[in-house]
Design a protein around this ligand. Structure first.
Ligand SMILES: O=c1ccn([C@@H]2O[C@H](COP(=O)(O)O)[C@@H](O)[C@H]2O)c(=O)[nH]1
Length: 233
Protein backbone atom coordinates (compact mmCIF):
# COMPACT_ATOMS: atom_id res chain seq x y z
CA UNK A 1 0.00 0.00 0.00
CA UNK A 2 1.38 3.44 -0.90
CA UNK A 3 2.24 5.80 1.94
CA UNK A 4 -0.14 8.67 2.66
CA UNK A 5 0.49 11.96 4.38
CA UNK A 6 -1.02 11.89 7.86
CA UNK A 7 -1.29 15.28 9.51
CA UNK A 8 -2.82 14.00 12.73
CA UNK A 9 -0.60 13.95 15.84
CA UNK A 10 -2.75 11.25 17.46
CA UNK A 11 -1.43 7.72 17.98
CA UNK A 12 -4.12 5.43 19.37
CA UNK A 13 -2.75 2.77 21.77
CA UNK A 14 -4.44 -0.57 21.07
CA UNK A 15 -3.96 -1.96 24.57
CA UNK A 16 -6.02 -4.64 26.35
CA UNK A 17 -6.94 -6.22 23.05
CA UNK A 18 -6.70 -9.53 21.28
CA UNK A 19 -5.99 -9.57 17.53
CA UNK A 20 -9.74 -9.75 16.83
CA UNK A 21 -10.80 -6.94 19.13
CA UNK A 22 -7.88 -4.75 18.04
CA UNK A 23 -8.84 -5.16 14.38
CA UNK A 24 -12.51 -4.54 15.17
CA UNK A 25 -11.49 -1.25 16.80
CA UNK A 26 -9.12 -0.38 13.95
CA UNK A 27 -11.94 -0.93 11.48
CA UNK A 28 -13.81 1.94 13.16
CA UNK A 29 -10.83 4.28 12.86
CA UNK A 30 -9.54 6.17 9.83
CA UNK A 31 -5.85 5.81 8.90
CA UNK A 32 -5.88 9.41 7.70
CA UNK A 33 -6.85 10.60 11.21
CA UNK A 34 -4.55 8.62 13.47
CA UNK A 35 -1.67 6.20 13.69
CA UNK A 36 -1.89 3.08 15.85
CA UNK A 37 0.38 1.81 18.60
CA UNK A 38 0.97 -1.88 19.18
CA UNK A 39 2.39 -2.51 22.64
CA UNK A 40 3.66 -5.41 24.67
CA UNK A 41 0.35 -7.08 25.48
CA UNK A 42 -1.10 -7.04 21.98
CA UNK A 43 2.18 -8.02 20.31
CA UNK A 44 2.76 -10.86 22.77
CA UNK A 45 -0.73 -12.18 22.08
CA UNK A 46 -0.79 -11.65 18.32
CA UNK A 47 2.80 -11.44 17.08
CA UNK A 48 3.86 -9.76 13.82
CA UNK A 49 0.52 -10.71 12.23
CA UNK A 50 -1.19 -7.81 13.99
CA UNK A 51 1.28 -5.35 12.45
CA UNK A 52 0.73 -6.82 8.98
CA UNK A 53 -3.05 -6.66 9.39
CA UNK A 54 -2.92 -3.00 10.47
CA UNK A 55 -0.62 -2.16 7.55
CA UNK A 56 -3.09 -3.85 5.18
CA UNK A 57 -5.76 -1.49 6.54
CA UNK A 58 -3.54 1.50 5.70
CA UNK A 59 -2.35 2.41 9.21
CA UNK A 60 1.15 3.49 10.16
CA UNK A 61 2.24 1.57 13.26
CA UNK A 62 4.32 2.56 16.27
CA UNK A 63 5.69 -0.71 17.69
CA UNK A 64 6.05 0.16 21.37
CA UNK A 65 8.12 -2.74 22.71
CA UNK A 66 10.60 -0.54 24.63
CA UNK A 67 13.64 -2.73 24.03
CA UNK A 68 16.15 -2.64 26.90
CA UNK A 69 19.07 -5.03 26.53
CA UNK A 70 22.75 -5.29 25.63
CA UNK A 71 23.70 -3.36 22.46
CA UNK A 72 23.68 -6.24 19.94
CA UNK A 73 20.35 -7.63 21.18
CA UNK A 74 18.74 -4.19 21.27
CA UNK A 75 19.98 -3.31 17.79
CA UNK A 76 18.89 -6.61 16.25
CA UNK A 77 15.43 -6.34 17.85
CA UNK A 78 15.10 -2.84 16.38
CA UNK A 79 16.09 -4.21 12.95
CA UNK A 80 13.49 -6.98 13.30
CA UNK A 81 10.86 -4.31 13.98
CA UNK A 82 12.04 -2.29 10.99
CA UNK A 83 11.76 -5.43 8.84
CA UNK A 84 8.04 -5.41 9.70
CA UNK A 85 7.84 -1.98 8.07
CA UNK A 86 6.78 -0.13 11.20
CA UNK A 87 6.74 3.67 11.20
CA UNK A 88 8.32 3.98 14.64
CA UNK A 89 9.97 1.72 17.25
CA UNK A 90 11.47 2.42 20.64
CA UNK A 91 14.07 1.42 23.20
CA UNK A 92 14.70 2.49 26.79
CA UNK A 93 17.24 5.33 26.97
CA UNK A 94 18.53 3.76 30.18
CA UNK A 95 19.92 0.92 28.02
CA UNK A 96 22.66 3.49 27.37
CA UNK A 97 24.38 5.17 24.47
CA UNK A 98 26.11 2.05 23.14
CA UNK A 99 22.80 0.25 22.63
CA UNK A 100 21.01 3.28 21.18
CA UNK A 101 23.85 4.26 18.82
CA UNK A 102 24.30 0.73 17.51
CA UNK A 103 20.57 0.37 16.86
CA UNK A 104 20.49 3.65 14.94
CA UNK A 105 23.68 2.81 12.99
CA UNK A 106 22.23 -0.53 11.88
CA UNK A 107 18.95 1.09 10.83
CA UNK A 108 20.85 3.64 8.74
CA UNK A 109 23.17 1.01 7.25
CA UNK A 110 20.15 -1.07 6.29
CA UNK A 111 18.46 1.87 4.55
CA UNK A 112 15.39 1.78 6.82
CA UNK A 113 13.30 4.89 7.37
CA UNK A 114 11.75 3.61 10.62
CA UNK A 115 11.92 6.28 13.32
CA UNK A 116 13.81 5.24 16.47
CA UNK A 117 12.99 6.92 19.75
CA UNK A 118 13.80 6.24 23.41
CA UNK A 119 11.77 6.23 26.61
CA UNK A 120 13.02 8.69 29.24
CA UNK A 121 11.02 8.38 32.49
CA UNK A 122 7.72 6.49 32.29
CA UNK A 123 4.67 8.75 32.61
CA UNK A 124 3.36 6.54 35.42
CA UNK A 125 6.27 7.67 37.62
CA UNK A 126 6.56 10.67 39.89
CA UNK A 127 9.63 12.32 41.37
CA UNK A 128 9.12 10.67 44.76
CA UNK A 129 9.57 7.11 43.39
CA UNK A 130 12.78 7.82 41.45
CA UNK A 131 15.07 7.14 44.45
CA UNK A 132 13.80 3.52 44.20
CA UNK A 133 15.84 3.28 40.99
CA UNK A 134 18.78 5.32 42.22
CA UNK A 135 17.76 8.71 40.84
CA UNK A 136 18.01 11.28 43.59
CA UNK A 137 18.34 14.61 41.78
CA UNK A 138 14.75 14.94 40.61
CA UNK A 139 12.52 14.07 37.69
CA UNK A 140 13.23 16.91 35.29
CA UNK A 141 17.03 16.47 35.44
CA UNK A 142 16.60 12.74 34.76
CA UNK A 143 14.28 13.32 31.78
CA UNK A 144 16.64 15.97 30.38
CA UNK A 145 19.71 13.81 30.91
CA UNK A 146 18.15 10.83 29.11
CA UNK A 147 16.80 13.04 26.30
CA UNK A 148 20.26 14.52 25.72
CA UNK A 149 21.84 11.06 25.77
CA UNK A 150 19.24 9.92 23.24
CA UNK A 151 19.96 12.88 20.97
CA UNK A 152 23.74 12.43 21.25
CA UNK A 153 23.21 8.76 20.29
CA UNK A 154 21.61 9.88 17.03
CA UNK A 155 17.99 8.88 17.67
CA UNK A 156 14.97 10.73 16.33
CA UNK A 157 13.29 11.65 19.60
CA UNK A 158 12.01 10.53 22.97
CA UNK A 159 8.95 9.36 24.84
CA UNK A 160 8.31 11.78 27.68
CA UNK A 161 5.40 13.35 29.50
CA UNK A 162 3.90 16.44 27.89
CA UNK A 163 4.72 18.17 31.17
CA UNK A 164 8.37 18.10 30.06
CA UNK A 165 7.71 19.08 26.43
CA UNK A 166 8.44 22.79 26.74
CA UNK A 167 11.77 22.22 28.48
CA UNK A 168 12.83 19.45 26.09
CA UNK A 169 12.01 21.47 22.95
CA UNK A 170 14.19 24.27 24.33
CA UNK A 171 16.96 21.79 25.16
CA UNK A 172 16.91 19.52 22.10
CA UNK A 173 15.46 21.71 19.33
CA UNK A 174 12.37 21.56 17.17
CA UNK A 175 13.36 18.59 15.01
CA UNK A 176 13.83 16.20 17.95
CA UNK A 177 10.49 14.41 18.22
CA UNK A 178 8.55 14.37 21.47
CA UNK A 179 6.10 11.49 21.75
CA UNK A 180 3.84 11.97 24.77
CA UNK A 181 1.64 9.38 26.48
CA UNK A 182 -0.38 10.29 29.59
CA UNK A 183 -2.88 12.28 27.55
CA UNK A 184 -6.27 12.81 29.16
CA UNK A 185 -9.30 15.03 28.65
CA UNK A 186 -10.55 16.73 31.85
CA UNK A 187 -13.42 14.22 32.17
CA UNK A 188 -11.14 11.14 31.84
CA UNK A 189 -9.78 8.96 34.64
CA UNK A 190 -6.02 9.25 35.07
CA UNK A 191 -5.82 5.46 35.70
CA UNK A 192 -2.17 4.56 36.40
CA UNK A 193 -0.81 7.66 34.67
CA UNK A 194 0.73 10.29 36.94
CA UNK A 195 2.19 12.98 34.66
CA UNK A 196 -0.87 13.77 32.55
CA UNK A 197 -1.83 16.57 30.20
CA UNK A 198 -4.69 17.49 27.88
CA UNK A 199 -4.18 17.08 24.12
CA UNK A 200 -4.29 20.83 23.44
CA UNK A 201 -1.89 21.74 26.24
CA UNK A 202 0.52 19.01 25.11
CA UNK A 203 0.63 20.35 21.55
CA UNK A 204 0.85 23.97 22.72
CA UNK A 205 3.87 23.01 24.83
CA UNK A 206 5.67 21.35 21.91
CA UNK A 207 4.62 17.68 21.83
CA UNK A 208 4.83 16.25 18.30
CA UNK A 209 2.72 13.15 18.88
CA UNK A 210 0.03 12.29 21.43
CA UNK A 211 -0.22 8.65 22.50
CA UNK A 212 -3.82 8.11 23.59
CA UNK A 213 -5.10 4.76 24.81
CA UNK A 214 -7.92 4.35 27.28
CA UNK A 215 -9.37 7.82 26.74
CA UNK A 216 -10.34 6.58 23.25
CA UNK A 217 -10.41 2.79 23.49
CA UNK A 218 -12.52 2.63 26.66
CA UNK A 219 -14.93 5.34 25.51
CA UNK A 220 -18.49 4.19 24.72
CA UNK A 221 -17.90 5.42 21.15
CA UNK A 222 -14.14 5.41 20.37
CA UNK A 223 -14.63 7.00 16.93
CA UNK A 224 -16.62 9.87 18.40
CA UNK A 225 -14.02 10.36 21.13
CA UNK A 226 -11.20 10.53 18.56
CA UNK A 227 -13.16 13.13 16.59
CA UNK A 228 -13.80 15.14 19.75
CA UNK A 229 -10.08 15.13 20.55
CA UNK A 230 -9.14 16.13 17.00
CA UNK A 231 -11.68 18.97 17.02
CA UNK A 232 -10.26 20.23 20.32
CA UNK A 233 -6.77 20.56 18.90
O1 LIG B 1 6.11 6.57 29.54
C1 LIG B 1 5.28 5.90 28.93
C2 LIG B 1 5.60 5.09 27.86
C3 LIG B 1 4.63 4.40 27.21
N1 LIG B 1 3.35 4.47 27.60
C4 LIG B 1 2.34 3.70 26.83
O2 LIG B 1 1.36 4.60 26.29
C5 LIG B 1 0.06 4.08 26.41
C6 LIG B 1 -0.78 4.99 27.23
O3 LIG B 1 -2.07 4.44 27.39
P1 LIG B 1 -3.24 5.21 28.16
O4 LIG B 1 -4.35 4.21 28.17
O5 LIG B 1 -3.55 6.43 27.35
O6 LIG B 1 -2.75 5.53 29.52
C7 LIG B 1 0.21 2.67 27.00
O7 LIG B 1 0.22 1.76 25.92
C8 LIG B 1 1.58 2.68 27.66
O8 LIG B 1 2.20 1.41 27.59
C9 LIG B 1 3.01 5.25 28.65
O9 LIG B 1 1.84 5.34 29.06
N2 LIG B 1 3.99 5.97 29.28
Amino acid sequence: MSKKIINSPVIVALDNNTMDTALALADHLDPALCRLKVGKELFTRSGPEIVKALHQRGFEVFLDLKFHDIPNTTAQAVLAAADLGVWMVNVHASAGSAAMSLAKERLVAGGYDTLLIAVTVLTSMTEDVLPQIGVTDGLEPQVSRLAQLTQQSGLDGVVCSAQEAKALKALCGKDFKLVTPGIRLPEDNADDQKRICTPKQALDDGADYLVIGRSITQAPDPTAKLHKILQGI
